[in-house]
Design a protein around this ligand. Structure first.
Ligand code: PGA
Length: 277
């Protein structure tokens, strides 16, 4: 695991990581770069940075294929709170991605089980996901894999917890309008990605981050499964890092500071002297 806790610049760090990953892969029409994507409040500034990178000619999404993590059940694509709508408005319409290369589970599918299977087959047909970018819920969910989700799950329907309904009520007129179920990629679907990068910001995420980094792998904190992932990067702001031990923060800050001297001033708890593990 890489854990990058920053006082500032965390959104740009993630956007730069995505841009560099796309460029390093030299994607082509036949071998596109496959990117997993989230919705919610967390990724919005990252999408802004990615749009700017595209506008400045620093990256092209022409040979990028995307798979979104989830979609509410029962919201048509044109609904302002559907994740389809969110992605068009906040990202896709501003870049040169081909619409046919963007994929979002169909929350209006008559047979949700068949839709889950179709989505998994689609991911497999492009050779799997290269980089999955996501957020984390305050209850530790990843995509809509709520606490208690099977750690080996694939795309299917999940019922949202009362915590998630309350968290997402800010996007709707009232909590009663938040759909109670969603189609979501499974935990195994994300684990199968070659790399996973999760961004967490704010005090509300601090307990989830503690469990992700210092807790035991446990289905009550789905994010903890990434301790088993070979290439997992967790990026946080200072507030999301506040439930971690000082020693943990110093250890990871030292590791990142060794990799990149320019980052040292921005790393939370970067040690000024030597450290003992
Ligand atoms: P948020 O949601 O970005 O709106 O905080 C994250 C999540 O639920 O995964």
């Amino acid at each position: 695991m890489r854990f990058v806790s920053l006082y500032q610049g965390y959104d740009r760090w993630v956007a730069d990581y995505i841009v560099n990953s796309i460029k390093k892969a030299h994607p082509t029409e036949d071998k596109p770069f496959v990117l997993g994507l989230p919705t919610g409040g967390t990724p919005l500034p990252v999408y802004q940075h990615l749009i700017e990178a595209y506008q400045q000619g620093n990256v092209s999404f022409r040979h990028v294929t995307t798979f979104n993590m989830d979609e509410y059940i029962g919201l048509p694509p044109e609904h302002p709170q559907s994740y389809y709508h969110f992605m068009q408005e906040n990202f896709f319409k501003h870049i040169d991605i081909k619409p046919e290369n963007t994929h979002i589970p169909n929350g209006m599918a008559e047979d949700a089980e068949a839709e889950g299977k179709r989505y998994e087959e689609l991911i497999a047909s492009v050779g799997g996901i290269d980089l999955f970018f996501g957020g984390v819920g305050s209850d530790g969910h990843i995509a809509f894999n709520e606490p208690g989700s099977s750690l080996s799950s694939h795309t299917r329907i999940k019922t949202l917890t009362s915590r998630t309904l309350a968290d997402n009520a800010r996007f709707f007129d009232s909590i009663d309008d938040v759909p109670k179920t969603a189609l979501t990629v499974g935990i195994q679907t994300i684990m199968d990605a070659k790399e996973v990068i999760i961004l967490a910001k704010g005090l509300g995420k601090a307990l989830a981050i503690h469990n992700a980094v210092e807790g035991a792998v446990n289905n009550l904190w789905p994010i903890s499964i990434f301790q088993h992932h070979k290439h997992f990067i967790l990026v946080c702001d200072e507030l999301a890092s506040t439930e971690l031990k000082f020693k943990t923060l110093r250890y990871f800050a030292f590791t990142e500071g060794e990799l990149n001297a320019d980052l040292r001033d921005d790393l939370v708890c970067y040690p000024r002297g030597s450290i003992e593990n």
